[in-house]
Design a protein around this ligand. Structure first.
Ligand SMILES: Cc1cc2nc3c(=O)[nH]c(=O)nc-3n(C[C@H](O)[C@H](O)[C@H](O)COP(=O)(O)O)c2cc1C
Length: 148
């Protein structure tokens, strides 16, 4: 059993549905999952946390959605101590944008810069290829954790 923090960024709800599925799969597997309404970097410095999973779409020009933007900004400006964390990012996007999955990639980059351990390159889910991202995120996260 691991302690897992789930953070979600979404504009229209697809990343929320995907995060719901991830949360359900992790909980069913017996993990202790913490998914606050608004993710906060202050929570991440808890050294009993094992994993951070971020599931976020992109908006604007490869930006993080408004509901996760304060979390992203805080990573960049507060430099929280998160070297104990292993993390993975599920990035929803649309490959017709030059900034494909830019929001998820920005979070991934910030977490790496802070010294957290990347479990994998982000999973990029392309809205041009699937209308059901929620079917892809949870199996990917579960297989990552099984190998970790
Ligand atoms: C106004 C707008 C801007 C977008 N900008 C990007 C972008 O820069 N890069 C990208 O990969 N996808 C972009 N997308 C696509 C969304 O990220 C994608 O459709 C995603 O599945 C939406 O997830 P959500 O419902 O959780 O917000 C954009 C979509 C909209 C409507």
């Amino acid at each position: 059993m691991a302690r897992i923090y789930l953070a979600c960024g979404s504009v229209f709800g697809s990343a929320i549905l995907t995060t719901d599925e991830i949360q359900q799969a992790l909980t069913q597997a017996g993990h202790d999952v913490h998914r606050p309404e608004n993710a906060s970097v202050d929570d991440l410095t808890d050294e009993t946390l094992d994993y951070l999973i971020v599931c976020t779409s992109s908006t604007g020009n490869g930006e993080v959605p408004d509901n996760l933007a304060p979390f992203h900004v805080a990573l960049l400006t507060q430099f929280p101590r998160i070297t104990h964390l292993r993390f993975a990012v599920v990035a929803l996007g649309d490959s017709s944008y030059d900034t494909f999955c830019g929001g998820g990639l920005a979070i991934d980059h910030a977490l790496q810069e802070l010294g957290a351990t990347q479990l994998s390159e982000p999973l990029k889910i392309d809205a041009m290829e699937t209308t059901e991202p929620e079917l892809l995120g949870a199996p990917w996260v579960m297989s990552l954790l099984a190998q970790a």
